[in-house]
Design a protein around this ligand. Structure first.
Ligand code: MN
Length: 354
């Protein structure tokens, strides 16, 4: 028993605090080999130092206690690649969140009525250039639509399969474009959404179908805005950083928002494709809308789930950065999604603001 280490000695040799060691002992991760029945002192064996140092290193890498315990029971070196990717993703997410916070502060400073004197130009339709690409991906038919209109850009992902999904997507985008052309105000755009929903509901109401719709528009009274329902997305790239501006209206995204589901498990969750909102599945639809702060040099991306789902956030950013024209960027994104084995239709629409 001479070579046993007290908790203090063990703590020094592995770099974990006595408090941490007690909690890992309780969790069964690092159990002292002896406890003095009389004093309650814990003793560790020198052979446990190695395990403790592995635990300490993995904890510093942000790996959870339960995960470490499972790993140490049956160490599989492939886990390192998985953890490495998770850390990379979380760094990307953190940088994007930071960029968003920085921008929100800037937005407030630049808001009308504030003391800041920075002049902000509203991008006009003639300062925009756009390009789109779509591919059936892993499906026989393509039910995605990309619309490049006059100051109006949209993607729609028809649901339900066969030709009904395509009809829903086409009806929604065509109705939206016609109504927005007649009234390009924000109110006009909102009523255009109502009209688009009604038309899809009327034409396909008997069928199990509907469509997502995400649109970026330059309104005549409020400048750039988005309207959105479903799980297609709008992103903005500024200074090489990509921020997502829309929320997914899916069962899993809502579970993640309420903290009931871990974000990294959402991508493989069986209900990740179950929508909570879509156009044409009922007599009315609740649409998210918001103003979008744009300035020259910004690149907007609208895309369907088949395009973003197979790509990591880092890949999406790298692809958006790598191409100079909107068309080439949209094509590269769709090509990457198809190459990554997307099981769904993949559509991307890129709008550059000059
Ligand atoms: Mn889809």
């Amino acid at each position: 028993m001479d070579d046993l280490l007290t908790i203090g000695e063990f703590s020094v040799s592995c770099g974990l605090s006595p408090k941490m060691l007690r909690s890992y002992a309780a969790a069964g991760l690092l159990v002292p080999i002896a406890v003095d029945a009389w004093s309650g002192y814990r003793y560790y064996s020198p052979a446990q130092v190695h395990r403790a140092r592995v635990v300490a290193a993995l904890r510093r890498a942000g790996i959870g206690v339960e995960e470490i315990a499972g790993f140490l029971d049956a160490p599989d070196p492939r886990r390192f690649a998985e953890w490495d990717e998770r850390i990379r993703q979380s760094a990307v997410t953190h940088r994007e969140a930071l960029a968003l916070a920085r921008e929100l502060l800037r937005e407030q400073a630049e808001a009308p009525g504030s003391s800041a004197t920075t002049e902000r130009k509203t991008p006009m339709a003639e300062h925009l250039s756009a390009g789109a690409a779509t591919d059936a991906g892993g499906r026989a038919d393509n039910e995605d639509i990309a619309l490049v209109g006059d100051g109006l850009f949209a993607v729609a992902d028809g649901l339900g399969g066969l030709s009904e999904g395509a009809l829903a997507a086409r009806t929604a985008t065509e109705t939206l474009a016609a109504a927005f052309a007649a009234d390009a105000t924000l109110d006009g755009l909102i009523s255009a959404c109502r009209e688009a929903n009604r038309m899809v509901w009327q034409r396909t109401g008997a069928e199990q179908t509907g469509t997502t719709l995400t649109a970026f528009a330059i309104t005549s009274d409020r400048g750039p805005v988005f309207v959105h329902a479903g799980d297609s997305r709008l992103y903005r790239m500024r200074d090489g950083l990509v921020v997502r501006l829309t929320r997914d209206h899916t069962v899993t995204a809502e579970l993640v928002e309420t903290g009931a589901l871990r974000a990294d498990l959402a991508a493989t969750h069986p209900h990740r494709r179950v929508l909570t909102r879509a156009f044409g599945v009922g007599p009315s639809v609740e649409v998210d809308y918001a103003g979008v702060l744009c300035r020259p040099g910004d690149r907007m991306l609208l895309c369907t789930d088949g395009a973003f789902e197979p790509l990591s956030a880092a890949d999406l950013t790298a692809t958006l950065r790598s191409e100079s024209t909107p068309r080439a960027a949209a094509e590269a994104l769709v090509r990457h999604a198809v190459r990554a084995g997307t099981e769904d239709n993949a559509t991307a629409l890129v709008v550059d603001i000059a």
